[in-house]
Write a new protein. Sequence first.
Length: 518
Amino acid sequence: MEHPLSSEGIFLLVCLFFFFVSSAHILFLDSNFKQPNMPYWNQTGYKLPVKASLEDYEETVKKAKEAWKVWADIPAPKRGEIVRQIGDALRQKIKVLGSLVSLEMGKIFVEGVGEVQEYVDVCDYAVGLSRMIGGPILPSESKYVSNLVLVRPGHALIEQWNPVGLVGIITAFNFPVAVYGWNSAIAMICGNACLWKGAPTTSLISVAVTKIIAKVLEDNRVPGAVCSLVCGGADIGTAMARDERMDLLSFTGSTKVGKQVALMVQERFGRSLLELGGNNAIIVFEDADLNLVIPSALFAAVGTAGQRCTTARRLFLHESIHDEVVAKLAKAYAQVRIGDPWDSDTLYGPLHTKEAVKMFLDAVEQAKQQGGSVVCGGKVINRPGNYVEPTIVTGLPHNAPIVHTETFAPILYVLKFKEEEEVFAWNNEVKQGLSSSIFTKDLGRIFRWLGPKGSDCGIVNVNIPTSGAEIGGAFGGEKHTGGGRESGSDSWKLYMRRSTCTINYSKNLPLAQGIKFQ
């Protein structure tokens, strides 16, 4: 079939790009030019200016801080209405934006559209939260001191919540739209301005989304700089982490870089929200329904070509069903349709970069050297683009170094276990603690899995895959995953600062411990 993005189509996208960058709140033009990332094709015939200077960054921060003064004065329900309009504007262009995600990131079209839909959904969700943010008003308490009852009549305690100010949002390549949406929609209804630094390899979609948001804001007579964008590399990220004007920094990316970001933010006693790596496991017991297990493991391991933070990387099988499940899973892998991200029949697209392909090959080789056997896959696919075969590896011990390494690629390590207690411990022994799942019909086992001696992850599933998230639930993990949480019913608290206010509306002044000044 003819490629949906011909050279003429690419040219139109580039023209659109230059139109987008004319906005004052999107600052990143300088003399540095970069070839756009196209994982499915690896063909380029033009270059784009997509790298900011530190001077650009400084100008953008100043404008964002000024825009915040306007935004913070708008009542929260009205802010929620504007965020709803942003969701509607994204919904109207969802297929175009989904195509742009596929172009730059490489995920299949339906996943690209689905990612934009996540942003739309969180906008709708944020509307309701905009009428719920705030704390209680409490009566002042009574205290007992030396058998005397001390009361403070005419006093009240108010839990006051205010926006933190400017929220920096650094997102990764694998979800270039959704993660920004999870953060920005909630941050905005709380009264914050946002400064976004997307991945350098997904600059086009960052610009397109920012332009759409800016139009909605400006149509409501609000400065577009409430949601600003700076495209750039590590120097911009470092500047954001060290900048005391960044009242909260949300970072999504690798554990290695996240640790550096956390240290820089902590050095200035700043606030951070970290969403880092995951080495996620599925545990299948002997009583599991294999009709659920096979598609779940397949989707969790090869969806987005293994480039989700919630991708299943370890599959623990009870020894009594190990061989049967491996055989069925290998058969399912053979039926995965690999191809063009825009083809409706495609289920599996390319890796994001050539460097990711190299990491995939290195991981497969290490697995072999450590005693693993490749059941299927393990090779580069001979076609244009960054395509590799989805891979199953068996025969490794649970504590093999490669098993404990998060490789952002479609490699599934299948491991045997005998007892519940040991496999729960193996699930928890890796440094990350993002997502986990068991397949069983045993109700007691399910509640042990959910309890204090079960999974130590932030996402603990039963009879469904490790991947996938809903906006109503908090998303995030423990340990080297960072400890942050995005979305969910109380997510707004992360983007606000809390104050306790005691109001004396009486004519008396009862002091602590009954002290009286004559």
